[in-house]
Ligand binder design. Structure first.
Ligand code: TRP
Length: 453
């Protein structure tokens, strides 16, 4: 039990499932396949793997070290490790604010997913004509009541798990849901791969096309690596503070990274062969999951219905474990302020649902879509802030703290569990990756992101 409040994960396996639950989310199943295909398939994949291992995972280890060493929430963790530089607490605060914004938009998209799960279950989706799915999605997402109801249900589920506690709520639910998720996903892959014409989908996803791997593609790969591993926003500092003291941070991070990567690949294998086999457009982008896949499912008859229910259930569960980690980060922070776990989970939920509602109302042709900030609807603004701007900023500050401000001895002590574990990788990890490569790469993404708009 690592934290000052005495809460923590009860085992390394539980910690891995919870953190992998945070990492595996909409980013893997919905976002990864589409950008991988867009930027050159196998070519993108090579760059992505390098970024995941040498930047994303380094950040994850850094956050775990900061969290477990301090045993504090992200805002207190930095000053706890460097009392002479109290200003670093603002990096923790920025991360938490980013979590708040991500949670709002994540809830909206999770709500859509829940709705599609429900509509698959009740047969509503099966009754829609192929050409009407685009309109169906637009009408649903632009309406006010139903999406909000879905957000509220999804948030209530998330809050319920948080109120259960770290080991009895988060850890237990993650240990149950993550294996279910893998089984569902593998079942989908098998079905998808056995469709006639499936191989075109596989070559779209895997065949390297270096001509499509532009500078923009390289940046997208790094952005996706950060987003997918949930690093840079302090969530892994929170989970780090719950890590068992004897947990091997390198091993745990490696497992989480491998899970996250494997699920992204499997999602691509589940989606693209089916999309190609049914003659649909693979470049559907963000609308792929809600507008194109239902067409694919409908073309498969009865089995398609099961396919559809399974897929949207899978996506809802993946989103749930990610939302849990976001709400937990904010709850842990708030509970330091005299409110207990339940009180602070409820307070945060109440605050975030307002923002989520506003974001939802501003989507598409929604009732607030006319209200623009810097020329963007609130939904688009949040999407941009949380997708491309804030995470690399927070990640850059975190890695600078880890590599240049925090005491090296503390890091060695924490990674080696007070000398119990060999850390032969330390030189490469610390002197090359954490101090030089990762900060530089993040800086480049950030500058390029700002210039490119
Ligand atoms: N990793 C999540 C996904 O792939 C999304 C995410 C980004 C996230 N940052 C996060 C989740 C912070 C939890 C905490 O969908």
């Amino acid at each position: 039990m690592a934290t000052k409040t005495g809460e923590g994960f009860s085992s390394s396996f539980g910690a891995i499932m919870a953190a992998a639950g945070s990492a595996v989310g909409l980013g893997n199943i919905w976002r990864f396949p589409y950008i991988c295909g867009k930027y050159g398939g196998g070519a993108f994949l090579i760059v992505y793997i390098v970024f995941v291992l040498f930047i994303g995972m380094v950040l994850m280890m850094g956050e775990f070290v900061i969290g477990r060493r301090s045993g504090e929430d992200p805002m207190k963790a930095y000053p706890a490790l460097k009392p002479k530089r109290p200003g670093w607490k603002y990096v923790g605060l920025a991360g938490l604010m980013t979590c708040f914004l991500i949670l709002a938009i994540y809830l909206v998209i999770s709500g859509w997913t829940l709705n599609y799960f429900w509509e698959s279950l009740t047969g509503r989706l099966a009754g829609i004509a192929d050409s009407d799915f685009g309109e169906h999605f637009k009408q649903f997402a632009s309406s006010a009541g139903r999406p909000l109801l879905c957000v509220a249900i999804f948030l209530a589920l998330t809050a319920l798990v948080i109120v259960g506690g770290v080991d009895k709520g988060i850890e237990r639910v993650s240990k149950l849901l993550m294996p279910i998720l893998v089984v569902l996903l593998i079942a989908l892959c098998v079905r998808s791969l056995t469709l006639e014409g499936a191989s075109a989908g596989l070559s779209y996803l895997f065949k390297p096309d270096f001509s499509k791997l532009t500078g923009e593609g390289v940046l997208a790969a790094l952005g996706q690596a950060l987003f997918s591993l949930s690093v840079g926003m302090g969530v892994m500092i929170v989970y780090g503070s719950y890590l068992p003291k004897d947990d091997n941070i390198l091993k745990t991070s490696l497992w989480i990274t491998v899970c996250d990567f494997a699920i992204a690949i499997l999602s691509g294998v589940a989606i693209f062969p089916a999309v190609f086999a049914c003659g649909q457009d693979p470049t559907g982008g963000p609308g792929l999951v809600y507008q194109v896949l239902p067409v694919v499912f409908n073309s498969m008859g009865t089995i398609g219905r099961i396919f559809s229910i399974t897929f949207f259930l899978l996506l809802s569960l993946a989103a749930l474990t990610s939302a849990i980690s976001l709400l937990e980060a904010l709850t842990q922070w708030f509970s330091g302020k005299r409110l207990g776990r339940t009180g602070s989970a409820l307070t945060v939920s109440l605050l975030v649902i307002f923002l989520a509602a506003a974001a939802s109302f501003s989507f598409g042709d929604g009732i607030w879509s006319g209200f623009k900030i810097a020329g963007m609807s609130l939904f688009d603004l949040l999407d941009k802030l949380t997708g491309t701007i804030l995470p690399p900023v927070c990640a850059l500050m975190t890695i600078i703290f880890f590599g240049w401000v925090m005491n090296k001895e503390d890091i060695i002590d924490e990674l080696s569990n007070h000398g119990m574990v060999k850390i032969g990788y330390f030189k490469l990890f610390y002197h090359i990756l954490a101090r030089v490569v990762a900060p530089l790469a993040l800086l480049i993404v950030l500058v390029a992101g700002i210039i490119g708009g």
